[in-house]
Design a binder for this molecule. Sequence first.
Ligand code: URA
Length: 235
Amino acid sequence: MRLDKFICKSTDLNKHDAVMCIHDGSVLVNGASVLDESVQVHENNTITLNGQPLMARPFRYLMVHKRSQTICSNVDEAYPSLFSGLNIERTSELHVAGRLDADTTGLVLVTDDGRWSFDIIRPQKHCEKTYIVGLSQPISQEKVNTLVEQFSNGLQLQGEKKLTRPAMLEILSPTESRLTITEGKFHQVKRMFAAVGYRVVKLHREKIGQVVLDIEEGTWRYLTAWEVLSFNHTE
Ligand code: URA
C-alpha cells in the first residue's frame, strides 16, 4: 500500500497530516528517509514515525444491512450514507464491495481491503448475488416458464451489446421472485425485468457468494474469518 495510506492505517493521522510528516522527513522506511508519499510499502518493511515503529491496523470486513433511502457512499448526499447512524469508527477508510441503489435494501459488504473487494466485484469473478424482487404487476402462471427460460438464456438490456449472463429466476408469488445473477451492471436487476416488461418496485439483496444476510435492517457486524475467506474459493 502507499506510504501515506500506511501512516493513516497505523496512526490517528488524516491523509493531509500523514503527507506533512512524510515531507518533513519524520518517516523512515527501513532506516532511510522517504519523502515521497506515493511509495509502495508492505508489512515486512520497518516504518517509523519520529523514531516510533508503526504497525498497520488489521483490515476490517463488515456486513451491513442497508436501509432504504440510504446511499452506498461514505458521506451524506441527497440521501444519508448507509454508515449514518451506525456505530462504526473511521468510516472514511471504508468502501463497499458492490453498491446498491438508494431504494434497495439488504446485504452490503464493506471493507478497507481494496484487493479483497476488487476480487469480489471484478467481472471475471462471476460472483453470485441473490435478490428478492417485488414487481408492480403480477406474473401470470402461463408466463412463468418462458420468463425463467429468458432469464436463463440471457436478456438484451437497453444500451448493452452483449446478452446478460445466465441468471436463475425463482417465482415466489405472482409479484415476488428470487433472482441470482453473476454480474453487477448498473441497475442490473431493474433493467433485466424492464427487458421483459416488468417494473421493479422493491429490491432486497440477501446473499453475495456464500455470505447470507442475517442481521436486522440498519445494523452491522464483522464478517467471520470463514466468510472473509469464502471469496477465495470461487473463480
Ligand atoms: N440491481 C439494481 O437494479 N439495483 C440494485 O440496487 C442492485 C442490483
